[in-house]
Design a binder for this molecule. Structure first.
Ligand code: ISE
Length: 341
């Protein structure tokens, strides 16, 4: 590629941002890490010091405005995203924004509209599963119609552990949001209704947290999606997706083996190891996601999930949180004709 190297700044260097920093600095070709910012200035300083030529900048909005930063990765908590994405749009900087786009539908829609008003798409949403080779193959298989129409999707999403501060609503907004995007991506349709069921919690659940949760999505075309999200399974990171079609089924994320068991005795084994967390399970997906982002930014384009995908996912999760509180089905209300690209 003859376009100049992309100078990247990263906002938020917790687990995900630090992982992306390493990736941009060492594995993404055509990109160079030049700046990081984090409210924990010691953490930002320590990370910057690990790489040559990387500055720690105190105010994230100064990082966005910096003339030596061409493009921005936003890996801060969701509540900070609206202001930071808006700043990126104002400065015309290509942005990779981690999910959730924002904390509520209204603010997500403001970003969709602000991007459309600028006349140039700039934002890719961090739904990395779309870049996972198995999920991508599943999408291609479904689009080929080889197995006929997709009827039912079953998603499984388990984390080994989360902090006590990870409340029931976060299981919807931070974890289930991935299944929301997977369902919209694989069906190519919107979700119209969500119901969240709460079985008796695991004894490992933090006080008052509904874990696991099982939710059901109704798709616009009438299909149904089931999702189990279990954030303290105590074993490891297990993410699978089974697509049931008219003439066949396909599973993404299933390790080989006959009877597949994972158990707390023996650390979760199936003849191989269960990955400990998402940075391990989706390392390739994140690499491909960041590479695709950097390549398209250098060409002046945007690929992958959009602000509209971020908005739709946020609205579905809002409905999910309402269902969590009421126990009943909740209709998803997206604006009728949002600006799309
Ligand atoms: C986390 O924020 C992620 O994005 C992970 O992929 C997900 O598995 C986890 O549950 C979330 O908390």
């Amino acid at each position: 590629m003859s376009e100049p190297e992309l100078r990247v700044g990263i906002i938020g260097v917790g687990m995900m941002g630090a992982d992306h920093a390493e990736r941009v600095a060492r594995r993404v070709s055509g990109a160079r890490l030049v700046a990081v910012s984090d409210p924990d200035t010691a953490r930002a300083g320590a990370l910057a010091a690990r790489f040559d030529g990387v500055r720690a900048i105190g105010d994230p909005l100064d990082l966005v405005a910096d003339d030596d930063v061409d493009a921005v990765v936003i890996a801060s908590p969701g509540f900070a995203h609206e202001e930071q994405v808006l700043a990126c749009l104002e400065h015309g900087k290509p942005t990779l924004c981690e999910k959730p786009l924002t904390m509520d539908g209204d603010s997500s829609l403001r970003l969709v509209e602000a991007e459309a008003a600028g006349g140039r798409p700039l934002v890719q949403l961090g739904f990395m599963r779309r870049f996972d080779p198995e999920y991508a193959r599943l999408k291609a298989l479904l689009d080929s119609q080889r197995f006929g129409r997709l009827l039912v999707l079953h998603n499984t999403h388990r984390n080994k552990d989360v902090p006590d501060s990870f409340r029931s609503e976060m299981i919807v907004r931070d974890s289930l949001v991935h299944e929301v995007d997977v369902a919209r991506f694989l069906f190519g349709e919107e979700i119209t209704e969500v119901t969240v069921y709460c079985p008796t919690p695991t004894s490992a659940a933090a006080e008052g947290v509904a874990d696991p949760q099982v939710s059901v999505f109704r798709m616009a075309g009438g299909a149904v999606v089931t999702n189990e999200v279990f954030v303290r399974n105590q074993v490891g990171y297990e993410v699978r997706c089974e697509a049931v079609c008219e003439r066949g089924t396909a599973i993404a994320g299933r390790p080989w083996g006959d009877l597949y068991t994972t158990t707390t005795d023996g650390g979760g084994a199936w003849g191989g190891t269960v990955p400990p967390d998402f940075t391990a399970r989706f390392a390739t997906a994140y690499d491909l996601e960041l590479q695709a982002w950097a390549d398209s930014a250098r060409r002046g384009e945007v690929v992958g999930p959009t602000t509209w995908d971020g908005y739709a996912a946020t609205v579905v999760c809002e409905a999910g949180m309402e269902s969590l509180a009421s126990g009943g089905p909740v209709t998803v209300r997206l604006v009728a004709r949002g600006p799309r690209r």
